[in-house]
Design a protein around this ligand. Structure first.
Ligand code: ATP
Ligand code: MG
Length: 367
């Protein structure tokens, strides 16, 4: 299957590619943005250590994975040894009080999601923070995505444009039942991995030691440092890839029957629970948080498999590369899921008809 749009004239996709590069260059996170986040992270760590002396703060998400834009928030994982994920609310409750006393923090609020977070802003600026407690898988997957971002030059503009497109079309908000940015990034990676001439490999398969799920957290950024860029024979332009991506999810990918696995660089059938059980329990059976102390499994795999079966047609299933739960679980309403699929189909059609990015993502709406 050639997932490109050979039906479009080359100059058309060329124009689309130029627009994508232009958008990427205008929007990508700048070194000064990261510096600002880092200064705030270090200051917060010092203040938090006054009540939790072992606390360490790690920047995660698009601030660190090279897929961020100038307006991306700063995701932070607070690692406290000896605290279970279940204690997160208690820890965040204490931080909520502490933050009220900090002169550089404002609009401090506790969000009781499945992974609870403290959301706040740097005073007097529009820099937003989402802080979680001991959700350390976010540190591991941040450096996995960062490695994919470095593996091929096309990855960063592809994901950034897709995120902007999804945001513009109101399908990029997990708290409103649509797709998180993280899910969208995994969807793009999956598409690039499964082209007949892949743009990306499975890095976890090719470099298992660099992405060992038991690696000490402080080593996680070091693990993938020496992975060379992937040499792909796929020469498709960004424009061709964007069109192919939209078409893949609008018409080719079977949402009802398939699970996306970036770890395996393939899709596998939703009803293949044996595969889930055999492959993942032994690999992911233990996790180390900040030290060499084994922790219980981070989630119950049988629940994940049951969820696939209990609602096989409604929920998209995009597997988390380290923990194997469904990162797209927020999309549980059929109406929302249908709206997402409709956006892919509509944008695919518009691009074919009008052949430019402005038809699906007006540049001025973003800058
Ligand atoms: P944006 O630029 O829009 O902020 P982002 O890359 O920061 O995008 P988010 O969806 O905000 O993406 O997620 C931030 C980080 O949180 C991800 O990079 C990932 O490390 C972690 N994360 C988010 N959702 C999950 C999940 N379901 N399971 C595990 N980790 C997750
Ligand atoms: Mg973020």
């Amino acid at each position: 299957v050639v997932k490109s749009s050979s039906s479009l004239h080359a100059s058309t996709t060329e124009k689309l590619s130029c627009q994508m590069v232009e958008l990427f260059e205008a929007c990508q996170q700048q070194p000064s943005d990261l510096e600002r986040k880092e200064v705030c992270r270090a200051r917060l760590q010092q203040d938090i250590q006054q009540i939790f002396p072992s606390a360490r703060l790690y920047l995660t998400g698009s601030s660190m994975n090279e897929l961020g834009s100038r307006c991306s928030d700063a995701d932070i994982c607070l690692v406290i040894k000896g605290n279970k994920k279940t204690d997160a609310l208690r820890v965040l409750g204490r931080l909520l009080k502490l933050f009220k006393t900090l002169s550089y923090v404002e609009r401090n609020q506790l969000i009781r999601a499945k992974v609870p977070i403290l959301r706040f802003r740097e005073k007097g600026s529009d820099l937003e923070f989402d802080l979680n407690v001991n959700n350390t898988v976010g540190i591991r997957n941040t450096f996995l995505l960062r490695s994919y971002a470095y593996a091929d030059l096309r990855v960063r503009p592809m994901i950034l444009v897709v995120k902007k497109w999804a945001r513009y079309n109101n399908i990029n908000d997990a708290s409103k039942g649509t797709l998180s940015s993280y899910t969208l990034a995994l969807m793009v990676l999956h598409y690039l991995q499964t082209l007949s001439e892949p743009v990306l490999p499975s890095l976890q398969r090719d470099y298992p030691e660099s992405f060992n799920p038991l690696m000490n957290l402080d080593m996680v950024p070091e693990g993938p440092k020496h992975i060379p860029p992937y040499i792909s024979r796929n020469q498709s332009s960004l424009g061709e890839l964007l069109l192919g991506f939209l078409k893949y999810y609008a018409t080719d990918f079977s949402w009802d029957k398939q699970v996306i696995s970036v770890r395996e660089a393939r899709a596998f059938p939703k009803n293949n629970s044996k595969e889930w059980n055999n492959k993942f329990i032994c690999v992911e059976g233990m996790q180390f948080i900040g030290s060499n102390r084994p922790q219980p499994p981070p989630f119950n795999i049988s629940i994940a498999v049951r969820n696939v079966h209990s609602n096989p047609t409604v929920t998209p299933f995009v597997s988390e590369p380290f923990e194997r739960n469904n990162v797209a679980r927020a999309v549980h309403e059929k109406l929302k899921f249908d709206a997402i699929k409709a956006k892919f189909a509509e944008s695919c059609r518009l691009l074919h008809e009008r052949k430019e990015l402005n038809s699906i993502l007006p540049f001025r709406a973003i800058i």
